[in-house]
Design a protein. Structure first.
Lengths: 115, 112
């Protein structure tokens, strides 16, 4: 398996623009997680899905952030409008809980810079 | 609220030394604990996962232990190598949730 795939790897945009981050989880995994990593706050969970359904979005910072999982092999995290304080590395992770240990596997991340 | 702490924040050792990284958590009601390594500019690589019913897990030169009642886990690295240089993160999964709560990490440098 190719592991968790994220795109783009790097994104530079201007304040006010819409940003869409994409994730393809490991095939067969039933959970998908979106995290954000910054120097100040470390790794923070934003939202996670079980079988494509959002379970907990309490980590989403505000209404400018939204996430979708239209099918088992694709998820997006959208920021509209983007702000400089959104600059961070965004990670997607997936895990198998049904019949598995729930070990999380991370993608390579998207480094977002908002100017 | 579950809090995860890692000490030390940074560690530098000469090649060949055995070393221990520490992780402590405030609430013992956990389902499992996972250790990761993160190389600069890269994602997280899962190293070991310990279920709450287990005391330790081993993978090659790595051994992770868990003492749930005292809220502690250690990651032991034997015969360290320069390639082990990275940030090591521990994360706990509280019971009744599938979230991971991460520590702030230990930055390890192994000097050749």
């Amino acid at each position: 398996d190719a592991g968790v795939i994220q795109s783009p790897r790097h994104e530079v945009t201007e304040m006010g623009q819409e940003v869409t981050l994409r994730c393809k989880p490991i095939s067969g995994h039933d959970y998908l997680f979106w995290y954000r990593q910054t120097m100040m706050r470390g790794l923070e969970l934003l939202i996670y899905f079980n079988n494509n359904v959002p379970i907990d979005d309490s980590g989403m910072p505000e209404d400018r952030f939204s996430a979708k999982m239209p099918n088992a092999s694709f998820s997006t995290l959208k920021i509209q409008p983007s702000e400089p304080r959104d600059s961070a590395v965004y990670f997607c992770a997936s895990s198998l809980h049904r019949g598995g240990a729930g070990e999380q596997f991370f993608g390579p991340g998207t480094r977002l810079t908002v100017l | 609220k579950q809090e995860v702490t890692q000490i030390p924040a940074a560690l530098s050792v000469p090649e060949g030394e055995n070393l221990v990284l520490n992780c402590s958590f405030t609430d013992s009601a956990i389902y499992n604990l996972q250790w990761f390594r993160q190389d600069p500019g890269k994602g997280l690589t899962s190293l070991l996962l310990i279920q709450s019913s287990q005391r330790e897990q081993t993978s090659g030169r790595l051994n992770a232990s868990l003492d749930k009642s005292s809220g502690r886990s250690t990651l032991y690295i034997a015969a360290s190598q320069p390639g082990d240089s990275a940030t090591y993160l521990c994360a706990v999964r509280p019971t009744a949730t599938n979230k991971l709560i991460f520590g702030t990490g230990t930055l390890l440098a192994v000097q050749p």
